[in-house]
Design a protein around this ligand. Structure first.
Ligand SMILES: Cc1cc2nc3c(=O)[nH]c(=O)nc-3n(C[C@H](O)[C@H](O)[C@H](O)COP(=O)(O)O)c2cc1C
Length: 382
């Protein structure tokens, strides 16, 4: 099958993914929180951004390369952390790591992954970023950081937009439990998706692999309650300072929407900020992340590294984010849509689609480098 003909966009991959995974998995991947307004508005706000082409530029090949935190990347996008990816598609973490290594783009491994940093490391090349949901116990934190660093992960992301658990109403109704309990309802839904189910049988039921080591069996708690307890802490600026001491690579704060927080993070010596509303999964009355982006760019100045996510579904969206002030753009659901639709080949196809769309749009805009896109934001009729 020529995927460029049958599935030329991420929306096409999303449509196929919907029918390849069980209902409870789809609800986990696709849902947001509350009435899903912030998820919806992410899309509305991105769609409203227009970029102005300039003409008569002659023949040129646009440069999609970018520089971020001391590293060169051939493409301005990467894979955001998606917890329990191994539930969405069996062995997702290793498959996505391979795609990222091949494309030389970052892969962010979540704290709540179905594979450990050690298991992912042989597949990820030099593209490993590790996402931290902050452990409560400093000893656990230090051990986790040492494991990630020892496995070759060079960039640490502290996610700061989950101070409390989100209600995720759609997910509650789907009755997905952690660890996954094989209720008749779950088994019936899985049986209707044989490719997913067979792959899952050979891979085994996914669990919180990285945390396993810290779950003490003598605790008077079920293992997941304990794993949740391990992480259930709302970090503060002192926590960021502790990470600065303990982590030797680059440190990124993910989930920043307020310019004052941004200024404080720069002063605290954080290496980059990740402007995000968690794809609408945490707070349904948060502003669309793309609307926060120019305000944060204004607060941190033109050259401070800014990463963006939330709602990105195309190369055009990546250019929109760059025009609004981002240096680098991440996708969460997008890569999982590709993976669920066609396995590793589907995730590779996401890279291909985004690259081709960027090339076409930059040609149309007449911009030779990504940075020039910042000058093409159309503000008419202002
Ligand atoms: C199923 C799912 C699980 C996620 N798990 C994590 C996680 O473990 N850590 C984290 O920092 N962000 C997590 N996120 C948020 C993503 O990193 C990212 O911010 C978000 O997906 C961006 O929006 P998009 O899906 O529209 O691209 C998750 C998102 C999804 C869809």
């Amino acid at each position: 099958m020529d995927l460029d003909v049958s599935h030329p966009s991420l929306d096409d991959l999303r449509a196929r993914a919907r029918w390849r995974v069980p209902y409870f998995v789809w609800e986990y991947l696709d849902s947001a929180t509350g009435d899903e307004t912030s998820h919806h508005l992410n899309r509305v706000a991105l769609d409203a951004i227009r970029l102005r082409p300039r003409v008569l530029n002659g023949d040129f090949t646009p440069d999609l390369g970018t520089h971020l935190m001391g590293r060169d990347y051939p493409l301005p996008f990467g894979m955001a952390p998606v917890g329990m990816s191994g539930l969405i598609w069996p062995d997702a973490e290793r498959l996505l790591a391979r795609v990222s290594a091949k494309a030389s783009i970052p892969y962010c491994l979540s704290t709540v992954s179905a594979k450990t940093p050690e298991q992912v490391a042989p597949h990820i090349g030099d593209q490993g970023w590790f996402q931290l949901y902050p452990p409560r116990d400093p000893e656990v934190r230090r051990d986790m950081l040492a494991r990630a660093e020892g496995a070759g992960f060079h960039t640490l992301i502290l996610t700061v937009d989950v101070p409390v658990a989100s209600r995720r109403e759609r997910l509650r109704k789907a009755r997905l439990s952690n660890p996954m309990r094989m209720t008749p309802r779950i088994i019936a839904q899985a049986a209707m998706r044989p490719t997913w189910a067979l792959n899952m049988l050979s891979e085994g039921i996914p669990h919180l692999a990285t945390l396993e080591k810290y779950v003490t069996t003598d605790a008077n708690l079920p293992p997941t309650a304990h794993a949740g307890y391990l992480l259930r802490t709302a970090p503060d600026w002192d926590y960021v300072a502790a990470l600065k001491d303990e982590w030797h690579g680059k440190l990124v704060l993910k989930g920043v929407l307020d310019p004052q927080d941004a200024t404080q993070a720069v002063a605290a010596g954080v290496d980059a900020l990740w402007v995000s509303n968690h794809g609408g999964r945490q707070f349904s009355i948060a502003p669309p992340a793309i609307e926060a982006l120019p305000h944060i760019r204004a607060a941190v100045g033109p050259d401070y590294p800014l990463i963006f996510d939330s709602g990105v579904r195309s190369g055009s969206d990546i250019l929109r984010a760059i025009a609004m002030g981002a240096d680098f753009v991440m996708l969460g659901r997008g890569f999982l849509f590709g993976l669920a639709a066609f396995g590793q080949k589907g995730a590779e196809h996401v890279v291909h689609i985004l690259r081709e769309q960027l090339i076409a749009d930059m040609g149309q805009l007449g911009v030779k480098t990504l940075r020039e896109t910042r000058e093409r934001l159309n503000t008419w009729p202002d």
